[in-house]
Design a protein around this ligand. Sequence first.
Ligand code: LLP
Length: 415
Amino acid sequence: MSAGFSRASGELRCDGVALAELAERFGTPLYVYSAASVEAAYRAYDAAFAAVPHRICYALKANSNGTLLRRLAGWGAGADIVSGGELAAALRAGFPPERIVFSGVGKTEAELQAGLDAGIGEFNAESEEEIRRLSALAGRAGRVAHVTLRVNPDIDPRSHPYISTGLRENKFGVDLTLAPELLRRARALPGIEVAGVQCHIGSQMTDLEPVEAAARAVAALSRQLLDEGFPLRSIDLGGGLGIDYTGDGAPDPRELAARVLPALEGLPLLLMLEPGRSLVAPAGALLARVLYVKENRGKRFVILDAGMNDLLRPSLYEAFHRIEPVVERGRQRAEVDVVGPVCETGDFFARSREMESVEPGDLVAVRDAGAYGFSMASNYNLRPRPAEVLVEAGAARLTRRRETFDDLVAAEQDG
Ligand code: LLP
């Protein structure tokens, strides 16, 4: 049986542990993760790219729970970070600095400095100005910064517009055609070593054609730069592999490898990947309890104790997440809106969704919430963020306690 969530005698479990028990023990709303599922996903990537030198740099933004990070570091993953906070979290979790790559379109001077001080592997630069700033800081510190240039290949990832990043109109990267000129200038700067080229065209990509096109574009540019004598050492194809939220299927790392590896044929470079979602999304669920069921003019609302502050994806992207009663009771199915308690019309998990009828007190699981769930959670409506539990080797452990009101006001100052 594959790792993660499955049903036994009508009851949803995480690696054998009954979710109903976890809800009793830790309360709701509750994020539950399967360590075995994350490990299987990581190993699937590692195996799929075994034919070439590669590094899987986990994108922390998907889920930065410290215990999960420590596991990933232990399995040999690198880290893809986008802020000083994620840098600190990656170092704290034990990722070796040389396996950390710093991405992001707006790194502050303090963040660049922290990356230099830590001796991270690469800075994914997104503009010439950023490289100049990095050069000045590196010069002052007597250090060398390895820079990979994020290019924008103007390719449509065919995903949600908010998570498309490789189109000309997006803020990310630099125009692919201007990259050689820019890198020639960058190469001459003190404290800068040009290490390679990076691209990341979008997230939740289930169509691999644009991914292959991007890989070909970045490979062609890398070949041109190598021919010019740039001492490149890596090629970074970003993250973005989609997962199967709907049950319609999604490509796996093997299919990704089959598409991109031919494009890189003969390139003497370390292949770097930055997956986030595909490593952790299916490994997590958000458990919530039904507070009320009510009808308004023929429309039935299921009101949960979890809201958009706990899991923002449906509200922000109209993202689809499967929602299942934790215990199936064979009740009639009905069309419902599954909503939260937050004072916003946009506070919903599903609209006009057909599911087995639930009643107040029942538990539901919002599936595939391991990525961009807790990491995008907020305290809106002064709601404490949920606790997080990790199921590992048949046992469940609290890896982050539920926030309290005191946590929420801890940074306030009298005045
Ligand atoms: N590398 C870079 C430079 C990125 O910008 C991202 C994600 C990743 C890697 C990881 O991509 P992944 O493998 O997770 O697709 N909050 C949105 C997703 C935003 C993704 C942003 N960048 C969501 O919930 O769908």
